[in-house]
Design a protein around this ligand. Structure first.
Ligand code: TPP
Length: 394
């Protein structure tokens, strides 16, 4: 009789390409198969996310924005993984994946329009800040109701599988689904992975394990070997990677994509290890539950942006002057788009009621009339100038 004791089993190893000094871990292997131009784009995309994060976090503190969430420490996971996708690949994400949007060509104007809920927001100002989405590259709107995107992703992957059977000449595409390790405690995670495994759906699940689900550290979230061991439990090919190493993330995503399309399709799980450097969101003060020194240590020890910068410097592709000039020009651009988006009108008020059904329902029409009545009765209480058309927008 033999019980399997997980405490005695070796843990799943972590795939690395470059170390924290930006040097290849395995000197016998070749340089990553990526052009200099591409790596420079990744670096600038990570810088853009990080600079925008600082500006928008501050803007929330100044009361100019209702809410924000930063990706600090996790820019390498989102940018590196998105770099291995095609625009036809379908993305479902949680909320700390701004780099996916940046890498897929979302512009600063797109980000700012969503954050300020103005007329240029593709979501027509109906969502909380950071709930970005776009039709193409195919990227579903952020799901912050934890893990709800996971079964959706499996279902979308099943649809892609059936479409590929019907149109064998079309280049096949996959679904990629991002979530945090905290979201992996939801039932939806288990249902989503199991259905993807049993139906052999072409989906790459990518878990950002950043050590915290708001105030709950991973030590209190699970007893097993991270999230990777759960993939194995569902019969899913799995890899754990160093999320601060953009090359490791990119290479594993590229290989996962290839595997996901093998033999008619199958799921793959990537667990990317990182550390949530900032507060959970603008509504959180993480020093209430973790020591400042822990965060300072992490910042000093390792960071995906600094690691890639070191690599670029070793390669002679980057230097102090380029760093300063690039940071200055990104910051300027962010502030310019910020100002424009903040001044832009909000969508007409009636749009708060439209778009759920093809036609506005009788109940919604009654609510619109009631809103109009209140706004007209108490005009001094409501400033309608920011809304396109003012009261006529209803
Ligand atoms: C269904 C549901 N329950 C609770 C929450 C509140 N909540 C928002 S984020 C979060 C923690 C998620 O942690 P993780 O998935 O690890 O992602 P991270 O924030 O660390 O990137 C919780 C509990 C929620 N959004 N949805």
């Amino acid at each position: 009789m033999s019980f399997v004791n997980p405490q005695e089993s070796a843990s799943i190893p972590t795939y690395r390409v470059m170390d924290s000094d930006g040097v290849l871990v395995d000197k016998s292997r070749g340089r990553p198969d990526v052009s200099n131009e591409e790596v420079l784009t990744w670096y600038k995309n990570m810088l853009t996310v990080s600079i925008m994060d600082v500006v928008m976090f501050e803007a929330q503190r100044q009361g100019r924005l209702s809410f924000y969430m930063v990706s600090a420490g996790e820019e390498g996971i989102s940018v590196g993984s998105a770099a291995a996708l095609t625009p036809d690949d379908v993305v479902f994400a949680q909320y700390r994946e701004t780099g996916v949007f940046q890498q897929r060509g979302f512009t600063l104007k797109n980000f700012m329009s969503q954050l300020f809920a103005n007329v240029n927001d593709s979501g027509r100002g109906r969502n909380m800040p950071v709930h970005y989405g776009c039709d193409y590259p195919r990227t579903h709107t952020i799901s912050s109701t934890l893990a709800t995107q996971i079964p959706h992703a499996s279902g979308a992957a099943y649809a892609l599988k059936l479409q590929a059977l019907q149109n064998p000449d079309k280049p096949p595409s996959i679904v990629t689904c991002y979530f945090g390790e905290g979201a992996a405690s939801e039932g939806d995670f288990h249902a989503g992975l199991n259905i993807a495994a049993t139906r052999s759906c072409p989906v790459v699940f990518i878990c950002r394990n950043n050590g915290y689900a708001i105030s709950t550290p991973t030590l209190e979230q699970y007893r097993g070997d991270g999230i990777a061991s759960r993939g194995v439990g569902y019969g899913i090919e799995t890899i754990r990677v160093d999320g601060n190493d953009i090359f490791a993330v990119y290479e594993s995503m590229r290989e996962a994509r290839r595997r996901a399309l093998e033999k008619g399709g199958k799921p793959v799980l990537i667990e990317a290890m990182s550390y949530r450097v900032s507060h959970h969101s603008t509504s959180d003060d993480s020093f209430a539950y973790r020591a400042r020194v822990e965060v300072e240590d992490w910042k000093r020890r390792d960071n995906p942006i600094i690691r890639l910068r070191k690599w670029l410097e070793h390669e002679g592709l980057w230097n102090e002057d380029l760093e300063r000039e690039t940071r200055e020009s990104i910051r300027k651009e962010v502030l310019r788009e910020f100002g424009e988006a903040e001044r832009e009108k909000k969508p007409p008020l009636r749009e708060a009621f439209e778009g759920v059904y093809e036609e506005v329902t009788e109940e919604a029409r009654e609510q619109m009339n009631e809103l109009k009545r209140i706004l007209e009765t108490y005009p001094e209480e409501y400033d309608l100038r920011p809304y396109e058309g003012g009261i006529k927008g209803l």
